[in-house]
Design a protein around this ligand. Sequence first.
Ligand SMILES: Nc1ncnc2c1ncn2[C@@H]1O[C@H](COP(=O)(O)OP(=O)(O)O)[C@@H](O)[C@H]1O
Ligand SMILES: [Mg+2]
Length: 336
Amino acid sequence: MHLASQKPFQIPSEREDAPRCQKRLGEGTYGEVFAATYQNREMAVKRLKQINQFGLHQTQYTELIVAQSLSINQHHNNIVNTEFIYVQNQLVHLAMEFCDCMLIKIFEQRLTKLERKAVYKQTLEGLQYLHHNNFLHCDLKPQNIMVRFMPTGDHQYTTYIKIGDFGMGEFINQRSSGSIFTPHKDFKWTAGYRPPEIICGYTDLCLKSDVWSLGVTFLELQSGKNIFASLTAERYEELYKQKFSALINALNNDEEIESSFEFMDMFDYDADEREFLQAMLEFDVRKRLNCDELLEHPFLHEDFGSVYEKVGQGMRGELTKLKESQFAAEEQEWHD
Ligand SMILES: Nc1ncnc2c1ncn2[C@@H]1O[C@H](COP(=O)(O)OP(=O)(O)O)[C@@H](O)[C@H]1O
Ligand SMILES: [Mg+2]
């Protein structure tokens, strides 16, 4: 299979007609994100910070490779796409499509079961696209999944769920199960979303590790609870001693393991949704379903019809008002 990462990345030249950055939306160690306008369109710009004089940090380089190979040269509706990369004042910038809100926001107004299915399906389609390109995300969590309401004319919108923030990820070589760039690093995966095989130190990277993090994310979106954060320290310790050490032995020796992991009773779901989420949260990575299998699962066999024209859009009015008041305040500041 063609590996997107094999194309070298070329830093583009300085750009005259760059997007105009306005309000800062977020800041991390390696970059800042701004709302911006470009040719009368709303965009989001990620400005990569200059970490040291030696050039880009691994995570910044990964973001650029993903942008170049998975959204500039190709494209998928369920990831946050970069339109172009440019340099301004010697800093590298990614000009991305603008997302309206985080996925968490649309779960604030209780979703129906059919709407949740629509969210699961779209998110899994985004992840399937990354996985078909052998890209393991390594940092799926509620904060890294966004929503875009795309106008379709006549005051209608279609809701798109979008996976973003690719810096922690890796292109993996499935044949040798190894990583192309770097050996596995501890700083990958945010603690509460780290899958059992990573916690117990298994070193063969597997795309299905992302499926666990996404399962944890779906539970949290609906319940407000993260599985691991909800466990007491003693219970976590007990898990660590018993289950994780048994898991690493079984994985390394290619043995069967009794792998039940009882936490679904902390959550309130119908039997079919519970079974679907449980399949994402299978403790033994070898038995966990992958994105292709989950998308084929009977739980997602639905006629979604007009669901995508509605899901989460109760939020849209509130967001528009918020934006208008922000623009008014900024304009006032400008005049003062
Ligand atoms: N395309 C986008 N549209 C709107 N907001 C964005 C976009 N990309 C990022 N953001 C905002 O910026 C924050 C940080 O971006 P992210 O890519 O997650 O970087 P990091 O977490 O590594 O700093 C996000 O949580 C979100 O609030
Ligand atoms: Mg992030």
